[in-house]
Ligand binder design. Structure first.
Ligand SMILES: Nc1ncnc2c1ncn2[C@@H]1O[C@H](COP(=O)(O)OP(=O)(O)OP(=O)(O)O)[C@@H](O)[C@H]1O
Length: 229
């Protein structure tokens, strides 16, 4: 098996193709993310970070180029196979937690496992373990609205990790938090990523956080260049 968890080759993406409002976001994006490697994705607002993360995580398709996830070429796969690959291989974290408001923290971490046919008791044990590891175990029975911003985001990590993905994609995961909470949440995220040997691509505007990852890539004018620049 290859050492890469994710390979992107020559990815291009435009919105409103063929219309006067066409906007080209990604021109030629290539990237190899090794197993256990944590890479910062730094970009000005509107440069296409979310678009790139969505293509890498199989939530969107590119106009050109290849996505190889865990050694498997995603080209030509049907919707069902892409959804199955995404559920097994990819965890997402967003700037806003997007937890389900009607469910407790615990249930929010159980549900994705149930969607993956994990038995209830096993899903609950894993959810409790994940929540304990990021320090929100005592709050497991609370709904998101009763949790602080930092707690909500830690629950969102647990949800992303619920199905033990090999790849974590994060879109400004601490962008909505004050500096002290951001530090706490980033610390919990990195500890879990390192412990589980996950590969991660983490978009951030925070240069200090970017500098603490294995390397940084800058997205600008539809292309990636090394460094924070
Ligand atoms: N569905 C869409 N239709 C048309 N244009 C879009 C669509 N989605 C995104 N765009 C445009 O593509 C560009 C890149 O968007 P994207 O959300 O990927 O940027 P971003 O780098 O994540 O931005 P931010 O940091 O502000 O969240 C923007 O100019 C945006 O307006």
């Amino acid at each position: 098996m290859s050492d890469a968890m994710l390979v992107l080759e020559g990815i291009a993406k435009s919105y409103n193709r063929g219309k006067p409002s066409e906007v080209t976001v990604l021109r030629d994006v290539s990237l190899t993310l090794g197993r256990g490697e944590v890479v910062a994705l730094v970009a000005p607002s509107g440069a296409g970070k979310s678009t790139l993360l969505h293509i890498a995580g199989l939530l969107d398709t590119a106009d050109a180029g290849r996505v190889v996830l865990n050694g498997r070429d995603m080209d030509g796969l049907g919707d069902r196979a892409r959804t199955a690959a995404r559920r097994q291989e990819v965890g997402f974290i967003y700037q806003f937690h997007h937890l389900l408001p009607e469910f407790s923290a615990l249930e929010n971490v159980i549900l994705p496992q149930r969607a993956n046919a994990v038995p209830q008791a096993e899903a609950e044990t894993r959810a409790r373990d994940l929540l304990d590891r990021v320090g929100v175990g005592p709050r497991a029975g609370h709904r998101p609205a009763a949790l602080s911003g930092g707690e909500q985001q830690r629950v969102a990590f647990c949800r992303a990790m619920a199905n033990a993905p090999g790849l974590l994609l994060a879109d400004e995961p601490t962008g909505n938090l004050d500096p002290a909470t951001s530090e706490q949440v980033f610390g919990a995220l990195m500890a879990m990523v390192r412990e589980t040997g996950l590969s991660a691509l983490i978009a951030t505007h925070n240069m200090e956080l970017a500098a603490r990852m294995d390397r940084a890539l800058r997205l600008d004018q539809g292309r990636l260049t090394p460094g924070i620049g």
